[in-house]
Design a protein around this ligand. Structure first.
Ligand code: CA
Length: 228
């Protein structure tokens, strides 16, 4: 997934760029509204700072929206509520205020991309299905196995929710700790193993969570319904 990052503040842009790369996003970084509007390569989502040196970010937002429906997430140091409202009225899909964590921005990107994706088999905004047995209702934060609600502790839910964002992907311990526990986690990650064990037990048969030694974990959907 390719992100167009429009941000003139170099330290902010650099840390965001590094964080996004770490999560597997590609990043095109420009520092002005003019460069954003003349950017030709295709991109999937725009992160747009409002305080730009050449133009008001809100005008850039309006111009981008007039061209098409690429998801736009406005990032701004202005904590002013009017900016948020005007941004959303001009067609932005979401808004984050500085200072923000990379994790928060990634959650917003995933959310707007989910909304932007054409509805597939599952129709409307119901629960997400993983195989035939497991469903996750991300709005209600409810997990069901064979139609029965599975009681999960909050962090178990967060962990499952994170790992099912991309089934089959290998996630490092650091990525998981950062996404599910704390923005900066340098301590032992035993608590992660405990939560993984709980999910394996509670969702046995529907998923597997494979430990990859020295790296992290990989969740697979394994409800046995499809032979592939
Ligand atoms: Ca700025």
């Amino acid at each position: 997934m390719r992100v167009l990052l429009v941000e003139d503040d170099e330290p902010v842009a650099e840390s965001l760029r590094r964080g996004l790369l770490r999560y597997g996003f590609e990043v095109d970084w420009v520092t002005t509204g003019g460069a954003a509007l003349s950017h030709k390569d295709p991109y999937d989502v725009v992160l747009l700072d409002l305080g730009l040196p050449d133009t008001d970010g809100l005008d850039v937002c309006k111009a981008l929206r007039a061209r098409g429906d690429v998801p736009i997430i406005v990032i701004s140091a202005r904590s002013d509520e009017t900016d948020r409202v005007v941004g959303l009225e001009l067609g932005a899909d979401d808004y984050v205020s500085k200072p923000f964590g990379v994790r928060e921005v990634i959650a917003r990107i995933r959310a707007v991309m989910r909304r932007a994706q054409p509805r597939g088999v599952s129709e409307a905004a119901g629960p997400d299905a993983y195989g035939t047995r497991l469903t996750i209702d991300r709005k209600a934060a409810r997990v069901r196995l064979d139609g029965e609600e599975v009681p999960l502790a909050p962090k178990e839910y967060d962990l499952l929710s994170f790992l099912t964002e991309e089934p089959g992907a290998l996630m490092s311990r650091e990525q998981i700790m950062e996404a599910v526990w704390d923005a900066n986690w340098f301590g032992p990650t035993k608590t992660l193993d405990v939560h993984v064990a709980a999910l394996r037990r509670k969702l046995a048969g529907a998923i597997t969570i494979e430990a990859v030694r020295g790296v992290g974990f990989r969740l697979e959907i394994t409800d046995g319904a499809s032979p592939s």
